[in-house]
Design a protein. Structure first.
Lengths: 200, 200, 200
């Protein structure tokens, strides 16, 4: 779980760094967006839960993963393509891992079912929201089809399975499988959510 | 007070959902903007005060009110008009209730007079700021005449009346009356604030 | 240190107020941007560290400094020019003082070296990020050359000198000197950071 969490942070940080390059920002912009995207979701979650200082500050490996990602983007921006199949799969895995970690931490802090689902979504998508707001794009969470929805369904799975007292690795594994699976399936099939039942 | 607080949350959430529809977002976007607008101000206030986990997570009725609002917008977006007289009045009431709740909570956490006024404004307008930043509009709080100003005056009334040890319902009722009344009056008369004394 | 901190808050608040005037906002917009810019960085730092209620609420002189700055901008917007030499120097001093204060507080809360550097940067640049997001400009922190970088180097100096147990005024003074000096030097010489090694 810990290794997956670090990998998720790294992949998210790479996506943030790439965004900085696309917006023609300098080396510092790459670092800022890499860190914000990599640990932003967890920071917002921990501020909301009152779990301070946040996990990303207590274990600096997360920040180091972001800095390595920023360095990789700085050195080899021309060779990294976020549309790559591997990058997309890693991103989907990161999404699932972050959703599972967010749901579990929310549950430890005694939140109710809706709060748990919301924290799963915030942890997995919050970093991307910060990144998109900083570069002034409409956040993917509200515009990109079936991205945040996969994390919400992952959170719902966590809430539904919680009463059965499954061993923790099994519970989290199932959440990751559902969330990552849905995201990968949506990428493959280009699933879209409906807008409104009757548009105004 | 509790019922008013829930009604305020619901109305704010509807305004967030409507904004999502206007920006042509999908069902998830409606939910995200409804939740962010409905409970965002209280979440920011509680993070600033260190009142974690925030009230909106400890009593899930607030989140449920947001989800019902999102559902209503999703089903009947073509029939809801935020320019309606009823919607505007409900919004003005929500503004007053949130300002009073923010001032009271800040006072319980031992903040000084300016801090109390600021928390009244943050609670009442913070959700709208998050909503506007997410859809990339200039936040109403800094551009819309006499919206945040009404909450600030409500906070000032709270601070001025505090030393008289009024019963809590009377104190909060007066704050709501002043803030909501000012907002309604401003809507009716289109009051504007001055820009600078001498424009540069 | 305390006086410098207040001066930094005041200068940052003036820069926020000026931005409001440029965007043609009203008196309330001036107050909001002055407060957000003046104390925003410290608020974000304190929320991340769990140092709640934040310092700016416990000692209201900081908020008063912001309100005086807003009043000054409101009265004399046509006479204040943020390009002035004095304003720029004061801004560079504020940057250094905030970076030093952020690094010290992070160290008191037990953060590791990367966390300390990050908190130095967040404290010094966070207010400007909030200001820029509210008026929908690309945040200076990721677009303006050598602004945040100076705070990061200031944070690194703090981390490197920490083991030597220097008296606190000496340690903080050195951090301020390096950060402010670098910023002033960058202004004078128009230093820029590289973008990527090989642009894509």
């Amino acid at each position: 779980m810990y290794a997956l969490d670090l990998i998720g942070t790294f992949v998210f940080a790479v996506s943030g760094g790439i965004r900085a390059v696309r917006h023609d920002l300098d080396a510092l912009g790459i670092v800022v967006l890499a860190v914000a995207t990599g640990v932003g979701g967890g920071l917002i979650r921990d501020m909301l839960l009152g779990a301070t200082p946040p996990g990303a500050f207590r274990d600096e490996l997360y920040l180091i993963a972001c800095l390595i990602a920023a360095g990789a983007v700085f050195i080899a921006a021309d060779r990294i393509n976020p549309e790559w199949h591997t990058m997309r799969i890693a991103d989907a895995i990161g999404l699932g891992v972050f959703a599972a970690a967010g749901a579990e931490k929310a549950s430890q802090f005694g939140l109710g079912p809706i709060g748990i689902v919301m924290m799963a979504a915030v942890t997995a998508t919050g970093g991307g929201v910060v990144r998109d707001v900083l570069v002034r794009e409409v956040p993917a969470v509200i515009s990109r089809d079936f991205y945040a929805t996969a994390t919400i369904i992952g959170g719902v799975v966590f809430v539904l399975l919680q009463p059965y007292n499954l061993p923790e690795p099994v519970l989290l594994g199932l959440v990751i499988a559902v969330c990552t699976g849905l995201r990968a399936f949506a990428l493959w099939r280009s699933i879209k959510l409906p807008r409104t039942l009757r548009a105004p």
